[in-house]
Design a protein around this ligand. Structure first.
Ligand code: ARG
Ligand code: ZN
Length: 465
């Protein structure tokens, strides 16, 4: 029960009892608060994320030693309680927790699987802002997803790369690792002489310490889902440019792929310009790309403001795809992993639009090609059967087909209004598939349930495209 639901008399009695016990602010342990939930009941990862609070900011202070693979971390998390809390969880995989505090006071720590439970000395009131600090260290682990992809913390020849879709970010910092809890970030990283550390957002400071190590500070002011956080440590060659007359662009490449990636890295500003014309204002204060050797990473990922690529997939199409995710996925984020087609369908459709504008291939052609690909029909894009299917072909191809069917149904003018209106309406937020269908119908001014039934939720391939 919530304190506000109690009778006035009872509330007064409780308050007097607390005063007598010398408590101010939160209630005495266990009197009013309950533990926050250990998960947010995501259909694919029920234990991912945590209930009872909302993170506003992560301040991560990290030091990494590529030779030993050891990470030393301090996570300062500022959050707001969404219930009276006696305890709350953070997601963390591996690593050793040394100490935890809540509002400067020691908190009791227990761990079970990927759940770290913090029990502060006194309850946290619903609505209160609190600050928790966790210090930890160890050699972070690589996570293998059900589809065989490697994520979390990847060791590279000269450093490491952190990638977190869908659940890997818990391998390098404790947090609320569900996409629905977005937050601002400041990541401070110290690395030995000879290597650099890159992360998301704007580089606000870079200093060499007395022992020759470098400390850099990366700031992401716009809310970010934790799966989009990255850290790239290694011997990088970097290049800078400006996009859209104001956005600093920083690209980086492993020295082995610097020459091979340079020409395409230089195209980031012009691709962003074309995307801004189609998708609306670029949502972040920084942009760029990080290009790795193929052995270091198995796929490209739309890490916020600065996507990462293995050189083997660093081509124009994939660059267009990952940059399109900055609008679709990064700024507007799926409310749960079930809504993943909202990311991949849009990013794939961005490829089709680019081919239409620059490659002499009308989107209708790309649509027909996808339609005749049997792999695309394994399941409906809005209902991947298991976590193994979250990045399956139907999510990408049928997802893009849904957008093309909308375009056919509403015409180009309304379609392009939707394309930029959707990321404008849900900018820096999260959205569900139902938010999307409702939005499209409101802009189109008509019921499109037939389209959703067949293309979004329907099993199997329709008779004709
Ligand atoms: N979102 C990435 C893309 O741009 C793919 C991530 C794949 N991750 C995985 N665990 N399979 O398409
Ligand atoms: Zn994608």
């Amino acid at each position: 029960m919530n304190t506000r639901a109690r009778s006035g008399a009872l509330a007064l009695t409780v308050a007097l009892a607390l005063l007598a016990a010398g408590c101010t602010g939160g209630g005495a342990g266990g009197v009013t608060g309950k533990p926050g939930a250990a998960g947010l009941r995501d259909p694919y990862f029920p234990r991912l994320g945590n209930g009872g609070y909302d993170v506003g900011h992560y301040g991560l202070t990290l030091a990494y030693d590529p030779a030993s693979g050891r990470l030393d971390g301090r996570a300062e998390i500022t959050a707001k309680a969404t219930q009276d809390l006696s305890a709350f969880n953070l997601d963390l995989a591996g690593l050793t927790v040394r100490e935890a505090t809540v509002d400067g006071e020691p908190a009791a720590v227990s761990r079970a699987g990927n759940e770290l439970t913090l029990r502060p000395g006194r309850d946290i009131d619903e609505g209160a802002e609190f600050r928790t600090v966790v210090t930890y260290d160890g050699v972070p682990e690589t996570i293998t997803d059900l589809d065989g992809s490697k994520e979390g913390w990847l060791r590279t020849t000269d450093g490491a790369l952190a990638v977190g879709e869908p659940t890997g970010s818990m391998a390098w910092f404790p947090g609320n690792h569900h996409p629905s809890d977005k937050a601002a970030y400041d990541v401070t990283v110290t690395v030995p002489a000879g290597v650099k550390a890159l992360s998301n957002g704007v580089l606000t400071s870079e200093k060499t310490t007395a022992d020759g190590r470098t400390t850099s500070v990366w700031h992401s002011a716009e809310p970010m889902a934790s799966y989009l956080a990255t850290l790239a440590i290694g011997r990088y060659d970097t290049a800078t440019a400006t996009a859209l007359g104001k956005v600093p662009v920083l690209t980086a490449a492993d020295p082995e792929v610097t020459a091979k990636s340079a020409a395409l890295r230089a195209k980031v500003p012009e691709i962003l310009k074309w995307q801004t014309e189609n998708f609306g204002p670029y949502p972040f204060a920084a942009a760029g790309a990080i290009v790795e050797r193929d052995g270091d990473l198995g796929y490209a990922l739309e890490t916020q403001s600065r996507p990462v690529f293995p050189i083997g997939s660093f081509d124009t199409t994939t660059l267009v795809h990952e940059l399109a995710h900055q609008w679709y996925g990064d700024s507007v984020t799926p409310a749960s992993w079930k809504d993943i087609w909202l990311n991949e369908g849009f990013a794939t459709y961005a490829e089709w639009l680019y081919a239409e504008d620059f490659g002499n291939t009308p989107a209708q052609k790309s649509f027909e090609r996808a339609f005749s690909d049997e792999d695309a029909w394994a399941f409906p894009p809005a209902e991947p059967p298991t976590a193994e299917d979250l990045f399956g072909s139907p999510v990408y191809q049928r997802g893009a087909m849904v957008l093309h069917k909308i375009r056919q149904a509403v015409g180009d003018d309304t379609f392009f209004e939707i394309l930029s209106g959707w990321p404008a309406k849900y900018r820096y937020s999260t959205a569900t598939t139902e938010d999307f269908t409702r939005y499209v119908e409101s802009v189109a001014g008509k019921d499109l349930s037939g389209l959703w039934d067949v293309w979004l939720y329907g099993d199997g391939k329709p008779d004709k495209p």
